[in-house]
Ligand binder design. Structure first.
Ligand code: PLP
Length: 386
């Protein structure tokens, strides 16, 4: 079989990133230090709200865990989120001994259904985690209104949403308790592995900084620069090992400078796909309102029923033509752990289930040229004609 010309998404790493990493390696300080600090400051500046604090971590999963921990989520509590996500969104709730209440999506946006959130709220509900699916921002105005009315905390899983807007505001700047971005290799910018926790809650920020590094009251860099003896520190809690290295932050400093240009290229690719699929039995990815930014982490189509080909066969046929596709996501309610833990059935999530059976994520990454996009379009047309 021909190897796919579009395998897993390829990061766009430039000379500036490489030079910065080399500089870090030569500097003698490779773990969390000055570059991680600068990356946090730059990330805060990118979001453009001085009231926000940005805390660099070694994954979005770590950031989500720290956010919920800082909010005091624990045994007996329930956290509401969408079934249509990656398991990391929900697993962090279980780390803390709390329970996950999965709800269905809105078929128009593929994001969490706000009416379902409302309906799922009970006496144990403490927080809700919306996911900006594919880079399309959730209606945060409506979600925050529901959360406020019921005293729920809000932690945004913003792994796909850099940069995305709702009401002209960047995801990360809403009045939620925290937002968490991912810099995993296939995300809209990357540090290899990494994430950023963003919050305007000073107490939560302080707790996350301490818990990010073993519950130490000052981080290692402070120890070597502050006036108190370099060996002095205090453990105030059983923390985690979630700090971002300076090697990773070196990548992030330059990726962040390019993230707007990356978004523009992704939006161009999405527009080219949209135009090329006109008239085909394909449901295009949901679009944001005019003037809003969509990060286009994913370009996820749904095969219309009149396409006359099963989703699995469609993906196989594209693979045979050298195009690698994926499915985002196999909903959590279908995975054995979540299904058995909460006795879940597909009928409880009709929209996620319906979407899942028809979803195909096509290649979208900034290094694709127009000719690469056209090759995907030609392959899709050929498969649907067959
Ligand atoms: C990638 C991803 C995560 C986890 O990000 P990591 O940085 O790999 O921990 C969480 N949620 C969603 C929706 C993701 O796509």
């Amino acid at each position: 079989m021909t190897p796919p010309r579009h395998p897993s998404p390829q990061p766009e790493i430039g000379d500036a990133e490489i030079a910065e990493v080399v500089d870090t390696l030569r500097s003698g300080w490779i773990t969390t230090g000055p570059k991680a600090r600068r990356f946090e400051a730059d990330f805060g500046a990118f979001l453009g709200d001085p009231a926000l604090q940005a805390i660099a971590v070694n994954s979005a999963t770590a950031g989500l865990h720290l956010a919920l921990e800082g909010l005091g989520i624990g045994p007996g509590d329930e956290v509401i989120t969408t079934t249509h996500t990656f398991t990391a969104t929900a697993e962090v709730v279980r780390y803390l001994g709390a329970d996950v209440r999965l709800v269905d999506i809105d078929p128009a946006t593929l994001c969490i259904d706000l009416a379902q959130v409302q309906a799922a709220i009970g006496p144990r509900s403490k927080a809700v985690i919306p996911v900006h699916y594919g880079g399309l921002a959730v209606d945060m105005t409506a979600l925050l209104a529901i959360a406020r009315a019921h005293g729920l905390a809000v932690v945004e899983d913003a792994a796909h949403a850099l940069p995305s807007t709702h009401g002209g505001r960047l995801v990360g700047t809403f009045d939620s308790d925290a937002s968490v971005f991912s810099f995993y290799a296939n995300k809209t910018m990357t540090t290899g592995e990494g994430g950023m926790l963003v919050t305007r809650d000073a107490r939560l920020a302080e707790r996350a900084r301490v818990m990010r590094l073993h519950g130490i009251s000052r981080d290692a860099f402070d120890r070597f620069t502050a006036k108190v003896p370099s060996w002095a520190y205090e453990i105030v809690a059983p923390g985690f090992k979630y700090n971002l290295t300076d090697i990773a932050a070196a990548l992030g400093l330059h990726q962040l400078q390019r993230v707007r240009a990356f978004q523009q290229r992704r939006a161009e690719i999405a527009a080219r796909y949209d135009a090329g699929f006109a008239g085909l039995p394909i449901v295009l990815p949901p679009r944001p309102a005019a003037g809003e930014l969509h990060a286009w982490h994913l370009y996820a189509i749904r095969l219309a029923d009149e396409a006359g080909i099963a989703r699995d066969r469609f993906i196989e046929a594209l693979f045979e033509r050298g195009i690698g596709c994926s499915v985002h996501y196999i909903p959590l309610h279908l995975h054995p752990y979540w299904r058995e833990r909460y006795g879940l059935r597909p009928e409880q999530f009709p929209h996620s289930q319906h979407a899942y059976e028809r979803l195909v994520s096509l290649p979208i990454y900034t290094r694709m040229g127009d000719a690469d996009v056209d090759r995907v379009l030609d392959a899709v047309r050929a498969v649907l004609r067959a």
